[in-house]
Design a protein around this ligand. Structure first.
Ligand SMILES: NC(=O)c1ccc[n+]([C@@H]2O[C@H](COP(=O)([O-])OP(=O)(O)OC[C@H]3O[C@@H](n4cnc5c(N)ncnc54)[C@H](OP(=O)(O)O)[C@@H]3O)[C@@H](O)[C@H]2O)c1
Length: 251
């Protein structure tokens, strides 16, 4: 049976790239977006052009009050479009960054990061537990910054670190259902993240090229195919791992 993957925050960046590569490997894809409806619809069209089925939902993953309605709409679409009650793979990708020293970080910045990267991932996964199929997979996005200390990223890295712990708890609790859970931790990648800093600021780009063993900043194509590969049968025995995908950043 064709697998169905849900990827949050797939209107652009790493989520979009992952969605397209998952489709290339033969799965159908459901994406979510926060505000960029047109970009999300374009991703759906690209997936359909590959001969796969797709759908897009608006979802603010930082607002857990919206999750019951999302799950209801999801169940309806699964039934209508796929004649199924379940989906197979969940990629918790949606999120934004903040750059602020500890002394300057505001409560709003802190809460925004916690809500999207930790609380949202926790409760969205919880809400989807009755809908994800036994034998399914979950991938949670972290960051290479959890392995080091990079001034200005304390709050962001702290919530991403929490996701790494959450992932091993998910792996243990969901293992009885045959659901594998892993964390993928990208290094610096050229996307819109942090205002496109890695992509658009030459100094920043060079900084990362210099500290990455493979000699350049990452691009979305370095990440999407890896996550798509992780979700194939070839990698079914990988579980409860933090996998850094950074070209060898700070080694
Ligand atoms: N790029 C990097 O260097 C890097 C490195 C390590 C980890 N990561 C992680 O990788 C993930 C994706 O980052 P990216 O580089 O692809 O960022 P991006 O290009 O800025 O894309 C972010 C995506 O997440 C969605 N999103 C943001 N906040 C959301 C919310 N509250 N609710 C729902 N969707 C939301 C956006 O939707 P809209 O388009 O609708 O706004 C967009 O689709 C994030 O978890 C990030 O922390 C990125």
């Amino acid at each position: 049976m064709t697998k169905i993957a849900i990827i949050t925050g797939a209107s652009r960046g790493l989520g979009r790239n992952t969605a397209l590569h998952i489709a290339d490997k033969g799965s159908d894809v459901i994406i979510t977006y926060r505000s960029r409806k047109e970009e999300a619809e374009a991703v759906v069209a690209e997936i359909e052009a590959k001969g796969r089925k797709a759908a897009a939902f608006q979802l603010d993953t930082a607002d857990i009050s919206t999750f019951p309605a999302f799950v209801e709409s999801l169940r309806r679409v699964l039934k209508d479009k796929w004649q199924r009650d379940t989906f197979d793979h969940l990629v918790n990708n949606a999120g934004h960054g903040e750059y602020a020293m500890i002394a300057d970080t505001t409560e709003a910045q802190f809460d925004g990061l916690v809500n999207v990267h930790l609380k949202g991932v926790f409760f969205l996964t919880q809400a989807l537990l009755p809908v994800i199929a036994d034998g399914g997979r979950i991938v949670n996005l972290s960051t290479g910054l959890t392995r080091i200390s990079a001034p200005g990223f304390s709050a962001y890295s702290a919530v991403k670190g929490a996701i790494e712990i959450l992932s091993i708890y998910m792996a243990k609790e969901l293992g009885a259902r045959g659901i594998a859970v892993n964390t993928v931790a990208p290094g610096a990648i050229e996307t819109d993240f942090l205002g496109g800093a890695v992509r658009d600021q030459p100094d920043m780009n060079k900084f990362f090229a210099d500290i990455i063993a493979l000699g350049r900043a990452g691009v979305p194509d370095d990440i999407g195919p890896m996550i798509a590969g992780l979700l194939t049968e070839d990698n079914r025995w990988i579980n409860a791992q933090r996998i850094e995908v950074s070209g060898g950043q700070v080694i």
